[in-house]
Design a protein around this ligand. Structure first.
Ligand code: ADP
Length: 451
């Protein structure tokens, strides 16, 4: 009320002075008029002042809300206490809102970072099933193109009625569901999806997409492996049991057939033990139980030893076996593993080469690595088989491989052993011409290579 005080006081003093000096009734009227004029002026003056202060406050507040507080007018000296209090209240309200806003922004950022860091895809829908939010992983999974994901209905993103119904059920009835989908397209995928309602107070639903493609592939590999092992074991066991029963039921006394049957039983039991040995070797390699003794390995000596083992078979098939491995070709590897690799490759070369053919082992250095080629003039392989022959139990011709005593695990063991020695194995082949299996191994350290 400070600014009303002066406009009121001055005219009142003026009236008193006039009355005292003149002492007349006319003058009293004049004094009254002057007093009233003073009142009017005082009211106008105080209204203007209040208006100015309020306008300044409005500008200040608006500036704060719009984030442009720089253009603030200077604070008036005679600001009303009420206006000053109002401004104080607005300021603290604004500060509290700004702090809450900053906290909410921080929480939203954290949530987005967590969602985007997840490997599972996530989408959130409104109560009609329209996608409102999603994370980066979902975009990766769905590869939505230009239309994007936000604003789309489930059916437009994944053409699957089951998923669409699960989303609508979650939105309308609050029901959760789990389903598994196979996505076709450029990158086929298996997705395990869980759809849930958002909650009582929040309308809408959430769906979490888990990519289980690799998991299902591994499950299939495991199932196939178990089926293969059972099948491979059953074949010799059936033969052994069959011949043993035949012998038991009288054939033992027949000197003509019994030796042949015993011979078959012997051969099949050897096959069985080979299979078990290979399986154990593979399982040890896969579980990394085998600790390789990495040292310098003379590839000429390892080839000679492997060749020695297959020689009787080569001779019996009239296959010419020749080694061309320089004596100073020394690799870094495990002696036993290198020999096993060369033995498996040589055994296959002799096995899949018809009588009268030839097998050569050629050693050299290439691009700073030791290279050994096992080359045969055998049946060869069609290109379609090449990417798969290192898989467990993969055989081009099951019957022929078994007849020749193969377990279907030899090349798989080669691949594991060579990989464990930081090497590589490749194959080049032409049907009816022959095959070349090539192994690459690290060269031995120079100072010890010669010794
Ligand atoms: P197997 O015990 O059946 O020989 P491997 O794992 O050693 O099993 O080989 C897998 C398959 O690769 C074989 O069944 C055969 O079809 C093919 N294969 C391997 N080596 C040769 C080769 N030198 N020539 C032609 N085919 C081969």
């Amino acid at each position: 009320m400070r600014n009303l005080f002066l406009p009121l006081l001055l005219p009142t003093i003026g009236v008193l002075v006039v009355l005292v000096v003149l002492g007349t009734p006319g003058s009293a009227i004049a004094a009254a008029i002057v007093t009233m004029a003073g009142f009017v002026m005082a009211i106008i003056a105080s209204r203007d002042s209040i208006q100015r202060q309020l306008q300044a406050l409005v500008r200040k507040t608006r500036g704060r809300v719009e984030g442009t507080p720089a253009a603030l007018p200077p604070v008036e000296e005679d600001t009303l206490d009420e206006v000053a209090h109002l401004e104080g209240a607005i300021s603290s309200l604004h500060a509290r809102l700004a702090a809450q806003n900053a906290q909410l922004t921080q929480e939203a950022r954290t949530l987005t970072a967590v969602l985007d860091g997840m490997i599972e895809g996530i989408w959130i829908t409104d109560d009609k099933g329209t996608v409102m939010h999603h994370n980066d992983a979902l975009r990766e999974m769905l590869q939505p193109g230009n239309a994007g994901i936000v604003g789309q209905r489930p059916l437009a993103l994944i053409r699957n009625e089951e998923l669409n119904e699960a989303v609508l059920r979650a939105c309308r009835e609050g029901a959760s569901s789990r389903l598994e989908l196979h996505l076709e397209g450029l990158f086929p995928r298996m997705l395990a999806i869980r759809v849930t309602p958002l909650g009582r107070d929040l309308p809408g639903s959430a769906a979490v997409f888990h990519d289980v493609t690799e998991l299902r592939r591994l499950e299939k590999v495991r199932k196939d492996f178990v089926a293969n092992v059972s099948h491979e074991l059953r074949t010799p066991i059936t033969a052994i049991r069959g011949y043993a029963e035949t012998l038991q039921s009288g054939a033992l006394k027949d000197p003509e057939v019994s030796p042949k049957m015993v011979e078959i039983i012997h051969r099949q039991s050897e096959r069985l033990s080979e299979l078990v040995e290979d399986l154990l070797e593979l399982s040890r390699l896969e579980s990394r139980e085998v600790k390789l003794q990495i040292a310098n390995v003379s590839l000429a000596e390892a080839s000679a030893r492997a060749a020695e083992t297959v020689k009787p078979k080569a001779v019996s098939k009239d296959i010419h076996l020749e080694l061309h491995v320089p004596p100073d070709l020394v690799a870094r590897g495990d002696q036993r593993a290198v020999e096993q690799v060369l033995l498996n490759l040589l055994d296959n070369a002799v096995k899949y080469t018809p009588a009268g053919g030839r097998v050569d082992v050629l050693g050299t250095w290439e691009d700073g690595r030791c290279v050994v080629r096992v080359k045969d003039t055998g049946v060869g392989l069609e290109p379609k088989h090449l990417p798969r022959i290192f898989e467990r139990f993969y055989r081009v011709d099951k019957g022929r491989s078994r007849d020749m005593g193969g377990t279907g695990l030899g090349l798989s063991i080669v691949k594991h052993l060579v990989g464990a020695m930081e090497g590589e194995v490749k194959v080049e082949s032409q049907p009816q011409v022959g095959s070349v299996f090539v192994i690459f191994l690290p060269v031995a350290a120079p100072e010890t290579a010669s010794g």
